[in-house]
Write a protein that binds this ligand. Structure first.
Ligand SMILES: [Zn+2]
Length: 184
């Protein structure tokens, strides 16, 4: 928990602990703090040993991060939006081994593009579905469907940056062999 508090301080953002989440707009009584709890507890129906369900984990991490960019470093936006582009638009499978490969690729990309910022959508305008909706799921399939909808809405809300991340993901796929060997 301390991580996101520290990052908010670094970003000059005051975290509010009352009412709805100041970032995604979900109705809570303890703001972002409750939003983080719902997010952490919302994936309990999923079995991460099942590769079809594992993809939902990555999409939920991306959706929550991009709904709450104020509690992450700015290059996190590049990482999460590029991964969404790879999974949702480029139909790539994903697993734990690929995330560090993408991080490495972005670390090199950063050096050549130090001043590139993605445009952050306004708070409350980053997708209607939120972590608060995950508690509605009673089966793994319902949870998967909710996460898919959540991810698509958040991804769409960042559409002004799709062009940038699409180019990054193309570079990533041509730079490493995973795009050549594993389509979906
Ligand atoms: Zn929230």
């Amino acid at each position: 928990m301390q991580d996101f508090i520290d990052q908010a301080i670094k970003n000059g953002v005051t975290l509010l602990d009352k009412g709805r989440c100041q970032f995604c707009g979900a109705e809570y009584s303890r703001g972002i703090f409750e939003c983080m709890e719902h997010y952490n507890n919302g994936l309990q129906l999923l079995d991460f040993n099942n590769s079809d369900q594992l993809i939902s984990r990555f999409l939920s991490v991306d959706a929550h991060a991009l709904q709450h960019p104020e509690i992450h470093g700015r290059w996190s936006n590049h990482f999460h939006l590029t991964r969404m582009n790879l999974i949702l638009d480029k139909m790539q499978t994903w697993d734990y081994k690929k995330s560090p490969l993408l991080s490495d690729y972005l670390n090199a990309y950063k050096l050549n593009n130090p001043n590139e910022f993605l445009t952050i959508p306004n708070p409350y305008e980053r997708g209607k579905t939120t972590a608060n909706d995950l508690i509605k799921a009673t089966t793994a399939n319902e949870c998967i469907e909710l996460i898919k909808q959540w991810a698509e809405e958040v991804y769409h809300s960042w559409r002004s940056s799709h062009c940038i991340v699409s180019k990054i993901s193309d570079g990533f796929l041509s730079d490493c062999t995973i795009g050549k060997t594993q389509g979906r």
